[in-house]
Design a protein around this ligand. Structure first.
Ligand SMILES: Cc1cc2nc3c(=O)[nH]c(=O)nc-3n(C[C@H](O)[C@H](O)[C@H](O)COP(=O)(O)OP(=O)(O)OC[C@H]3O[C@@H](n4cnc5c(N)ncnc54)[C@H](O)[C@@H]3O)c2cc1C
Length: 344
């Protein structure tokens, strides 16, 4: 049975890896690893496991939260790293050993997928095409509706003087609900803004204002929608994973860890199907259960997102200060990491 995976970024590559390359083709319009949209920060163990040590550009042992004019430092374990997207993805592709068809997947057809390079026969179809979920939306119009999506935009520029290692986040009343960030990546830095609600503000303007404080004017922008509410993980006979399935954690917009975790889990279940050990219906059931058991964590983070969207940054800062005094910082971070695969 042939598996067609549409989308060759974190989620699609993780599915291919979980499948062990068995009977799998990947449909991706861009050369693998050439088209990043993200700051590419993730937990250290996950980066080593999926992208290899050589993909790591910088280790970040702490969160540095610039909130309401105050600065909070929280050591993190595991540390996070920023990675080189191209090296990360090509490492995954080599490990998966799958054929890549350079095309856009357009729609699901009986027995296959239609693409800009013609029809491809498929026994199983996976949609890992990112926020617009091209294939799931082809059979369920409205699947990728945008009211539960934010928007992120960033630049990669030479590292500004004084940017220390650590994931720097900025929450201020001068910024719309969401946050700004500045992450070092060796001699470069990734600086961007994330708005929880796509419609409410002009993201380019907000980014320009944010960059000015670092003395940065140029750099090419990349980014896109960030869907933060879980969508159905199976639509008809199509498995949906990563951003396509809304698997981005609310509040933080961490999407790489869920894409890798759920993608690999799904790939393993499909491998059992391809090898004739498990029925397709059972694979669907297990994948759906694995995703939906995170529903509570997602709801909790969505409530937190709503809370920080409406309270002034000074109140966020007061709560953070109180939490740190009581030693909650470490505990909260561990809980957050455990909510989604434990960081490895
Ligand atoms: C500015 C910004 C910064 C971010 N920073 C971070 C961060 O530091 N850490 C973190 O954890 N998360 C971050 N995120 C979120 C993270 O980037 C995503 O959650 C993650 O990329 C999801 O991976 P994915 O494979 O599901 O989707 P994507 O990375 O969106 O990949 C989808 C793939 O599908 C391909 N594709 C699209 N349409 C089709 C089609 N019709 N047919 C075939 N292929 C198609 C695309 O070319 C792409 O390669 C950030 C997001 C943004 C916007």
């Amino acid at each position: 049975m042939k598996v067609v995976v549409a989308g060759g970024s974190f989620a699609g590559l993780a599915v291919a890896l979980g499948l062990g390359g068995r009977n799998t083709v990947l449909v991706e319009p861009h050369p693998i690893g050439e088209h990043t949209k993200s700051a590419n920060a993730m937990p250290f163990p996950l980066a080593v496991r999926f992208g290899g040590r050589a993909s790591i550009l910088e280790v970040h042992p702490e969160l540095v939260l610039h909130v309401g004019g105050r600065v909070f430092r929280q050591p993190i374990d595991p540390p996070y790293v920023t990675v080189d997207y191209r090296r990360f993805c090509t490492h995954m592709l080599e490990a998966a050993g799958v054929e890549v068809i350079p095309a856009h997947a357009l729609a699901v057809r009986p027995g296959g997928v239609s693409t800009t390079r013609g029809e491809i026969e498929a026994g199983v179809v996976v949609d890992a095409t990112g926020p617009m979920a091209a294939l799931a939306a082809s059979i369920r119009p409205g699947y990728a509706e945008r009211s539960h999506a934010g928007v992120g935009l960033e630049v990669e520029v030479p590292r500004p003087a004084g940017l220390s290692p650590g994931l720097h986040f900025y929450v201020e009343d001068a910024l719309p609900p969401g946050y700004g960030w500045a992450f070092g990546a060796g001699d470069r830095a990734r600086i961007g803004v994330y708005l929880y609600q796509r419609r409410s503000w002009r993201v380019r303007e907000v980014l320009e204002g944010f960059l000015a404080r670092f003395g940065v004017a140029g750099g090419s922008r990349h980014g896109g929608l960030i869907p933060w509410r879980l969508r159905a993980p199976v639509v008809g006979d199509v498995f949906v994973v990563g951003d396509a399935a809304g698997q981005v954690m609310p509040t933080t917009a961490e999407g790489i860890r869920p894409a890798l975790y759920f993608g690999y889990f799904l790939g393993q279940r499909l491998r059992e199907v391809v090898e004739g050990r498990v029925e397709l219906a059972e694979a669907k059931r297990r994948y759906q259960a694995e995703v939906w058991r995170r529903r509570r964590a997602w709801r909790g983070l969505e409530l937190l997102q709503r809370f920080v969207s409406v309270v002034p940054a000074s109140l966020d800062a007061a709560l953070l200060a109180g939490g740190q005094r009581l030693g909650f910082g470490d505990r909260m971070f561990r809980r957050y990491v455990r909510a989604m695969g434990g960081g490895s």
